[in-house]
Write a protein that binds this ligand. Structure first.
Ligand code: HEC
Length: 171
């Protein structure tokens, strides 16, 4: 292997890189690199499902069972309870990520300024990770829209008791 041979190898390597770069530049200028305005296809189950018709026939008792079984692992259902997630009392109608003293993820804080209405809760509970990518709520989601409606109707019953009321917060 003499110097001239190595030289030839170096020159041919340089030449092929130059040709490839030239081809890439030419290809880019002929075919513009733009995304379509509307997605060509949608992944299943990503679209928002209107929850209102399911709320109309929702079963709060069933929602309560789901909440106690699933959500209560991470959420307190009574004010003052300590949990990994924010307290769910009064969550319906509350501003998103607004509970004082709770360290929300940046992902959920991106939605602050909006209110937890029924449709928002349904979208969130369908897939927290899709609603707020990077959320700390590591829960896959409730895929059944009727289950979500049942849960939401139950969440409406989790209210701070008014001073005059004798019925407390559902446990
Ligand atoms: C594995 C634990 C876990 C489970 C299970 C879980 N959550 Fe959460 N949840 C969290 C955490 C943590 C947050 C805070 C998320 C963040 O800051 O990104 C949260 C946030 C929320 C919020 C936003 C509250 C606010 O103040 O903005 C709602 C509403 C909520 N969860 C409802 C539910 C419901 C309803 C269920 C049951 C179907 C549930 N979660 C199940 C951990 C959980």
């Amino acid at each position: 292997m003499d110097g001239r041979f190595l030289n030839r190898v170096a020159v041919s390597a340089l030449l092929s890189v130059t040709v490839m770069a030239g081809a890439l530049i030419a290809a880019r200028s002929i075919v513009p690199d733009t995304a379509p305005v509307t997605p060509v296809f949608r992944l299943p189950n990503v679209q928002t499902v209107p929850v209102a018709p399911f709320l109309a026939r929702a079963n709060s008792a069933h929602g309560g069972q789901l909440v106690r079984r699933i959500c209560a692992q991470c959420h307190s259902l009574a004010v003052g309870g300590e949990s990994a997630g924010p307290v769910l009392v009064d969550v319906t109608g509350r501003n998103i990520a607004s509970l004082p003293g709770y360290a929300y993820s940046a992902a959920l804080r991106q939605h602050s300024g909006q209110v937890w209405d029924d449709q928002g809760l349904s979208d969130w509970l369908m897939s927290p990770a899709r609603y707020a990518a990077g959320t700390r709520m590591s829960f896959a989601g409730l895929s059944d829209v009727q289950d979500r409606a049942d849960v939401i109707v139950f969440l409406h019953t989790l209210r701070t008791p008014s001073p005059t009321s004798t019925t407390g917060v559902a446990q």
